[in-house]
Design a protein around this ligand. Structure first.
Ligand code: NAD
Length: 671
């Protein structure tokens, strides 16, 4: 292919992401145990299940198959933990949530690649949407943890929450569940979906890494019939938070009825995507791509019903077909790929069955001319026209890359068609006339209505449905009420046997009483004890989690790779994580060449005056010398002259050994 041809076709070359670090991580950890009471334990059954890479159809890792005995153990641990976690000041809980958010960022690339391999979704989506939103959810709820006492007076945590999540956004759904639950002082037992357990297990490792007290988060992998049922029926569970299909949601509602358990259900959808004839059609086309081909259409709020005004229908359908021809399907780890693999062969067969039924019922099916990869579970983007509103494909949630389109003539007809569904999760309206859009939006029976956009999420904006899409909200202040109950509902010795009062971190005038963060001395921050004993574990106010930066070309630079490695002290204890350098680092190094400051540190030890005590502490930990000895090595805060660079090679496994240049020579830059 010559340059002219490339210019004409604008073909993308492959841009593969390496799976090596994730495969190493999987090899190191599997078979995975269950995460109960802060420990990895073997399943009571002794059984393990394979998790499959949908893009190859081959096994990726083995995870434990929990049963009801494991559920008993996890709930017992969560109940003990709830005794203290529910009384832990909001400020302390906030620090843990911030630390989780930061560690998600430190491991963001590993999580993105792992999610892609386990679920089949393109890395472009996991890297740019799933994982950033996960971190955002924990940051956001860290704020709410701190504000609970002042913003939700008269409310208390529910207690132990059983959480059950689906496979379409495995880690994102976990964050939607765990972040608000912990922020409001609850403890959790979470069951990831059978097909996609791996990022939840990496999350458990993060929970350990940040030192979250044992029992606050417990993660059980396994079959729904073994774990899900036992969790839902367990008398020690105070609330069930479920995201999944409407059929299972209905079962859970029956199972929990009359038990006194609080319940929230985030269920399926068949969301309308309404296009008026004055809409910007090129934007609409990109909107449709996001609405139904994002995540292979396996999105609860996918705009799976295209309702288009009759006079522009042909024009829009032609544009859509042209765009569909250009969509790229293939290896989810290729950064130039738009559509990855369907999560499992069972789900692929279900999509194929419904598509065949659509054709049988008289709709016209169209698919692009290119072929899907033959290895793995792939299904091409599919468009149905000539669809009648009562047919199966217009009513049933297909949960795949299949769009059904219908036409309307008037806004009233559009609203009627849009509401002609048993679901009510989301909708989007496309028009250049804001009056029309704002007139139609409130008439749509949906939990979320987007105008001239679709599938936009934020932690601060509540999401949820009504009708058969469920009830309850996730995100925003409204989402917090799913994890609290009014204090008047319980007496001081509550029926669930858990303490009910959150200790206020605010004085009567509302001013903040918690230990201030940056002003406090390092020692104070690390060891302020807020509770005598926690499940046999001494609960101290955790240190503020920080991300060590690179020091490149005279300035601090955030690690870019999204991979981190542990740093050990001479006794082999993990004392922190540093970012892995990557290609961007090499680029920075090239930029640094010729500059007076040419010293590039493996990670950053800041020596500016406010941070001297931290620098002393880190140096003494790494070099295993006394703080006094480290202090001697550190110049007084006012002196910015650092004489020479010295290096320390750390002990520990070779793979994780780090070379730290602890005294970068920055004098020429700062003088
Ligand atoms: P699913 O209902 O089959 O499974 C969801 C979870 O429930 C899984 O962890 C599964 O193991 C567990 N489960 C299944 N049967 C159970 C039982 N009897 N008792 C307890 N747990 C049980 O759904 P899925 O196929 O994993 O996910 C797809 C569905 O999720 C779609 O319908 C989609 O619309 C919905 N969803 C909704 C939202 C939302 O926010 N409303 C978000 C994502 C997905």
């Amino acid at each position: 292919m010559n340059v002219m041809e490339i210019y004409e076709t604008m073909e993308y070359g492959p841009a593969p992401e390496s799976p090596t670090l994730v495969l190493d991580w999987l090899k190191e950890h599997q078979p995975f145990g269950l995460f109960i009471n802060g420990q990895w334990v073997k399943p009571a059954s002794g059984n393990y299940l394979d998790t499959i890479n949908p893009s190859t159809g081959k096994p990726l890792a083995q995870v434990a198959a929990a049963n009801s005995n494991d559920v008993d153990a996890a709930v017992a641990a969560a109940r003990v933990a709830a005794e203290t976690w529910s009384k832990t000041p909001g400020h302390t809980r906030a620090r843990y949530l911030y630390a989780i958010a930061r560690h998600i960022q430190k491991h963001s690339r590993l999580l993105a690649v792992l999610e892609s391999m386990d679920n089949g979704k393109p890395i472009r989506e996991t890297r740019d949407l799933d994982i950033p939103l996960v971190a955002r959810h924990f940051y956001y709820h860290a704020g709410w943890a701190q504000l609970m006492a002042s913003e939700l007076p008269g409310y208390e945590p529910v207690g132990v929450v059983g959480q059950i999540i689906p496979w379409n956004f495995p880690l994102l759904m976990l964050s939607w569940k765990i972040a608000p639950a912990l922020a409001m002082g609850n403890t959790v037992v979470l069951k990831p979906a059978r097909y996609t357990p791996l990022t939840a297990l990496k999350f458990a490792e993060i929970v350990q890494e940040i030192g979250l007290p044992p029992g606050v988060v417990n993660i059980l992998t396994g079959e729904a019939s073994q774990v899900g049922d036992a969790l839902v029926l367990h008398p020690g569970v105070n609330k069930i938070a479920f995201t999944g299909s409407t059929d299972v949601g209905r079962t859970l509602r029956r199972a929990t009825a009359g038990s006194g358990k609080k319940l929230s259900l985030e269920l399926g959808g068949k969301s309308p995507f309404i296009v008026f004839d004055d809409a910007d059609l090129d934007s609409v086309v990109e909107g449709v791509v996001d609405a139904i081909w994002f995540n292979q259409g396996q999105v609860c709020c996918a705009g799976s019903r295209l309702l288009v005004q009759e006079d522009i229908a042909d024009r829009l359908i032609n544009k859509l077909r042209a765009r569909m021809e250009k969509l790229r399907i293939g290896d989810p780890l290729d950064k130039a790929v738009d559509i990855g693999a369907i999560v499992s062969s069972a789900q692929l067969q279900e999509i194929q069955r419904l598509v065949a039924q659509g054709v049988e019922e008289g709709a016209v099916m169209w698919q692009p001319s290119w072929a899907c990869p033959t290895e793995g579970y792939f299904f091409p983007p599919t468009l149905f026209t000539n669809v009648s509103p009562a047919t199966t494909i217009a009513q049933v949630e297909i949960f795949g890359p299949v769009l059904v389109s219908m036409t309307f003539r008037t806004p009233a007809e559009a609203v009627e068609l849009a509401n002609n569904t048993r679901y009510g999760l989301a909708a989007s309206v496309w028009s250049e006339n804001i009056n029309l859009a704002l007139d139609v939006a409130p008439k749509l029976k949906a939990g979320t209505v987007w105008v001239n956009c679709t599938n936009l999420f934020d932690a601060s904006s509540g999401f949820g449905g009504y009708r058969e899409s469920g009830f309850g909200r996730e995100g925003g202040k409204e989402g917090l009420y799913e994890y609290v109950r009014p204090m008047w509902e319980t007496s001081s010795s509550s029926s669930n046997g858990l303490p009910i009062a959150i200790e206020s971190t605010h004085s009567s005038d509302g001013s903040e009483q918690a230990v201030s963060t940056d002003e406090a001395g390092e020692d104070e921050m690390d060891h302020t004890t807020v509770s005598e004993s926690f499940n046999g574990y001494h609960l101290a106010l955790p240190a503020i989690d920080r991300t060590p930066k690179m020091f490149i070309n005279g300035k601090q630079v955030r690690p870019d790779s999204g991979y981190s490695r542990d740093v050990y002290d001479p006794r082999g204890h993990v004392i922190g994580q540093v970012g892995e350098g990557n290609l961007l680092l090499r680029q920075h190094m090239r930029q640094a060449a010729g500059h007076p400051v040419q010293h590039i540190t493996a990670h950053r030890f800041s020596t500016t005056s406010p941070r001297t005590s931290r620098y002393v502490k880190q140096s003494s930990l790494i070099a295993s010398c006394s703080r006094q000895a480290a202090q001697v090595q550190i110049p007084p805060p006012k002196c910015r002259q650092l004489s020479r660079a010295s290096s320390v090679t750390l002990p520990g496994p070779t793979s994780t050994r780090a070379l730290c240049i602890v005294r970068p020579c920055v004098e020429s830059c700062w003088q």
